[in-house]
Ligand binder design. Structure first.
Ligand SMILES: Cc1cc2nc3c(=O)[nH]c(=O)nc-3n(C[C@H](O)[C@H](O)[C@H](O)COP(=O)(O)OP(=O)(O)OC[C@H]3O[C@@H](n4cnc5c(N)ncnc54)[C@H](O)[C@@H]3O)c2cc1C
Length: 378
């Protein structure tokens, strides 16, 4: 870490997908951005995500979270193209479609409700009779014939993205736009004096005109002064990575809160779980074995796959399920973009676009009241 001066235009804290996306957009509008990250860029939760981007539609949505999803969904392909043209890097965005399977009456009821809601939003979704599933998705033949199979839906507008590729590419896009990236810079405090935000790194205060706090699951560790010391709860998720010699499937397969993300190179990510274990990253044999059993029941050929990797990540959860996106009301120039829980990769584009509007003094494209900072202040 070598912060060269102690006055900056904009400082963004946190080099995950949220902080990087905000830094890139602001720099694209000519702002001078310094991004500070306590470890290495992409070493937080974002790299560990599965990369599922479920379907969404901004034009028909009235629910605030669905509007943010819809905006994000619209922006993703545009950003992927922009990032590729600026860096030459493919972020692995594929409109692969998603299967939604029900194995219990509860999942069946939830899916019937979701499919109906999606149809009202003009999101394409179709229930596929179980006896047709083997034609539509041969890898699910065995599952469709099992007594656990109750229903299957197909949503063609589901995407997958490759988080590590996305992070590398957007980091490069930031650097191309002049973002100064400071790694190994641990922020331990933040404050505002006469409308000028400051952050404390290695005992020294660094001042800026505008400050964005996007510290993911760790935000509460340095925002006590702002009353956000209990605003974020880390929730661990584990992932198992399988590999088959040839791809068996290239879709996302969702069953309740668990899923397979089938990549076109034969890798299959199996996730996940929700564990409240504080800031403790790591995997357990018990959960990884459950994920393996889950995957093999869906696609029995996976019994011959190789278990190549396993990992975990800490999702940043808020008490009401809404991310915090906006200015801290007791300050003039300190903003927060955090708490995206299970959807931070998907919501990164919309969040960065809205945050850029806010910092540039423009009216955001959607009503942000539901995301305001203040509900969480204790
Ligand atoms: C198993 C799993 C699967 C997931 N799957 C999906 C999915 O399919 N789709 C989806 O949309 N989302 C998914 N998510 C959720 C998504 O990964 C998160 O919501 C998202 O990564 C949060 O991004 P972030 O930038 O807020 O946090 P992070 O990526 O954690 O970035 C925050 C950064 O801030 C840094 N930082 C923290 N404190 C400080 C400090 N004091 N000083 C300086 N820097 C600091 C951290 O080191 C970190 O790099 C998944 C998450 C998990 C765990």
């Amino acid at each position: 870490m070598k912060l060269s001066n102690n006055t900056h235009d904009i400082i963004v804290v946190g080099g995950g997908i949220i902080g990087l996306s905000i830094a890139w957009r602001l720099a694209s509008e000519g702002r001078l951005v310094t991004l500070v990250e306590r470890n290495q860029i992409g070493s937080g939760t974002s790299w560990s995500g599965a990369g599922i981007l479920p379907p969404a539609n901004l034009s028909q949505s009235t629910d605030p979270l669905d509007q943010l999803r819809g905006l994000s969904h619209e922006l993703f392909p545009v950003w992927a193209a922009d990032i590729q043209s600026e860096t030459g890097k493919d972020i692995g965005l594929r409109r692969c479609g998603g299967w939604y399977l029900a194995e219990s009456p509860g999942e069946m009821a939830a899916m019937i409700g979701l499919a109906d809601y999606w149809s009202q939003l003009n999101i394409e979704v179709e229930q596929v009779p179980l006896n047709n599933l083997k034609n539509a998705e041969p890898s699910l033949t065995s599952w469709s014939e099992s007594p656990r199979a109750l229903g299957a839906w197909w949503a063609p507008d589901e995407y997958q993205v490759r988080p590590p590729h996305l992070l590398k590419a957007i980091q490069e896009a930031c650097q191309n736009k002049g973002v100064v990236i400071e790694e190994n810079a641990n922020v331990c405090d933040a404050r505002e004096i006469h409308s000028k935000p400051q952050i404390k790194i290695n005992g020294e205060w660094q001042a800026c005109e505008q400050l964005v706090l996007s510290g993911g699951a760790w935000l509460s560790q340095f925002t006590h002064r702002q009353g956000l010391g209990q605003s974020i709860i880390p929730v661990r998720g584990q992932i198992l990575l399988l590999q088959t010699p040839i791809p068996i499937c290239t879709r996302v397969i969702n069953v309740g809160n668990r899923y397979l993300v089938c990549r076109e190179d034969g890798h299959i990510l199996v996730g996940s779980c929700e564990e409240e274990v504080g800031y403790q990253n790591g995997t357990s044999d018990e959960i990884i074995n459950e994920l393996y059993q889950f995957a093999c029941f869906l696609i029995p050929q996976l019994e011959h796959s190789k278990q190549v990797h396993r990992w975990s990540g800490l999702r940043p959860m808020t008490f009401d399920g809404f991310p915090m996106i906006g200015r801290i009301p007791s300050t003039v120039n300190i903003y927060v973009a955090c708490g995206h829980y299970r959807s931070g990769l998907h919501l990164s584009t919309g969040t960065a676009s809205i945050m850029t509007d806010m910092l540039q003094g423009r009216q955001p494209k959607i009503d942000m009241d539901a995301f305001r900072i203040g509900k969480q202040i204790l």
